[in-house]
Design a protein around this ligand. Structure first.
Ligand SMILES: [Zn+2]
Length: 115
């Protein structure tokens, strides 16, 4: 049993995007928006030609070097995991700040006192 609105892949949009991270510094992401011929800088394994980047395609570039997403992934430029933020922070020792009681946190609010 199945409903029309659930459990079906949309007719278009067969991509299954995930969060993606560019690991290599200097590389940029762009979308090919014109129909001018340009070619991926890498060959797909099993092919002996450089394939074209097609209109609308997301690609990665560095200088004049352009890579389609598949080749960029194959080359190890992409990752589905975020880089760790620098080094892990030291554990913050809350005790070092001294005990905080609720009285310390209470804002002075005894009304009309001005010094
Ligand atoms: Zn490619």
């Amino acid at each position: 049993m199945r409903t029309e609105s659930e459990g079906q892949m949309p007719a278009e949009g067969d991509a299954n995007p995930r969060r993606l991270y560019l690991k290599e510094p200097g590389w940029r992401v762009a979308q090919k928006t014109d129909s001018e011929k340009s070619y991926c800088y890498m060959m797909t394994p099993g092919q002996d030609f450089y394939h074209r980047l097609l209109e609308g395609e997301i690609y990665f570039y560095h200088g004049t070097e352009r890579l389609c997403a598949a080749c960029a992934g194959r080359r190890g430029l992409l990752s589905h995991a975020a880089k760790p933020l620098r080094e892990p922070l030291d554990t913050i020792d809350f005790d070092a700040a001294g005990p905080i009681s609720e009285f310390d946190l209470k804002a002075p609010d005894d009304g009309g006192r001005s010094s």
